[in-house]
Write a protein that binds this ligand. Sequence first.
Ligand code: ADP
Ligand code: MG
Length: 327
Amino acid sequence: MTVPRAGEFDLIARYFAPLAKTHPGAFGLLDDGAVFSEGGADWVVTTDTMVAGRHFAPETGPSRIARKLLRVNLSDLAAMGAVPRHYLLSASFPISTEEAWIADFAAGLDADQKTFGVSLIGGDTTATDGPAVFTVTALGTVEKGRALRRRGAVAGDRVFVSGTVGDGVLGLRAARGELDFLPATQRDYLVDRLELPSPRTTLGAALAGLAHAAIDVSDGLIADLGHIASASAVGMAVHWSDIPLSDAAAAAVARNDGLIEAVLTGGDDYEIAFTVPAARTDEMPAMAARLGVRLTPIGVVTAEPGVVAFDRRGAPMALPAPGYTHF
Ligand code: ADP
Ligand code: MG
């Protein structure tokens, strides 16, 4: 098989977006999910695939693989402001897979179903000669017309991000043995964040009707802010010194400030980045307290296009690759 030369988003725009033209709620395949209406609420639908060796190490515990797969989909629902309801699972297990492995995979899903209030409603199961491939399609509901979009940010909005940024990519570095200068507890923390992200489902639902625009941080903070900026025809200015870091990430960056770029562009965080009208930013601390989620202002929406990150001294940072893309 030859690898296409165009990037992931070019391929989607060229070959798949034309197929989605007849359904306005597909948003030209440019958002975190699609919306369709049936009865009183709007339904949001999203799907994500994980391939062994590419999205997870094959030796990762099956329960963790399953839970991450479900959680990254719930993160996309959260980014659209939807409450998660159901999901479908398509699983291609390598032919050598033992039943005990599948039992553990299912047990992981069972645990997360209870945590997030979702139920499996269908899917497909096959065997494969290739690596394991798992796809979840998740469905959620949002009040009619209230789905959060990547578009909608306006100049003057404040930019917020939930939780902490950079743990996912640093977890990968830790798993590869590249952060051995950190204490084991901090390395374990980062790997846990990589393997078991916390989708911000309650936050997403609370932001519907308040945030102007939202996205989940999967490709890399700067790239994902760039998706909001281009969809909204605005720009953003963010400040490194405002970026919320876990203790482990802060320790890693303190030791090696070359990791700052990874934190800003690495992705796999599954936090929500969103913009809030300036007049409503004073509601954010109470929301953070009510939901038990850290919410940090990191910058402003500007009229000039492009996302600029400023370093500690206030100089614009050069970030050659703002985020991760497949292909
Ligand atoms: P996310 O990081 O939020 O999961 P992706 O980067 O995977 O989003 O995808 C970007 C957009 O392109 C989404 O709207 C997704 O539904 C759409 N998309 C990606 N691949 C395909 C495909 N093969 N067919 C249709 N839509 C696609
Ligand atoms: Mg997304």
